[in-house]
Design a protein around this ligand. Sequence first.
Ligand code: ABT
Ligand code: MG
Length: 140
Amino acid sequence: MIKPDGVHRGLVGDVIKRFEQRGYKLVGIKVLVPSRELAAKHYAEHDGKPFFPKLVDFLSSGAVVAMVFEGKDIVRTGRTMVGATNPLASSPGTLRGDYGIDVGRNVIHGSDSVESAMREIALWFKADELADYTPAWIYE
Ligand code: ABT
Ligand code: MG
């Protein structure tokens, strides 16, 4: 998911381009301004931590682009492409390492496990909003 800072900065195209050029398959995409309730559910694992209220404020402060990509090892590889949580620790070449400075404005969210991805996809998408197709030009 491209967070409000990434959308405001016009980084949507570049994020999608990087996943597409790697060969990952876009199966779901939507633009929305998340409610505080949705933002809190998304970051439920951080409820009670000192930065939680600011995090919910931030995620619900503007438009986000929620996406579902599919492909071999996408969760692990996707996190590598996103980079470390604190952009100052992210390697150049990663999204956060190329675009971010502050941990609370780190441009993009990536699911941290297959389990998290399943929970987050169900939170952000209805089943009929995901496309089922086979990219025969990537996989044999
Ligand atoms: P997300 O992909 O947004 O979940 O980030 P990541 O999994 O890399 O890191 P986590 B720990 O899940 O951070 C969630 C959001 O909370 C912000 N944050 C985190 C802080 O502001 N201060 C902190 O001390 C920590 C640990 C960073 C993440 N998003 N934003 N914006
Ligand atoms: Mg996280």
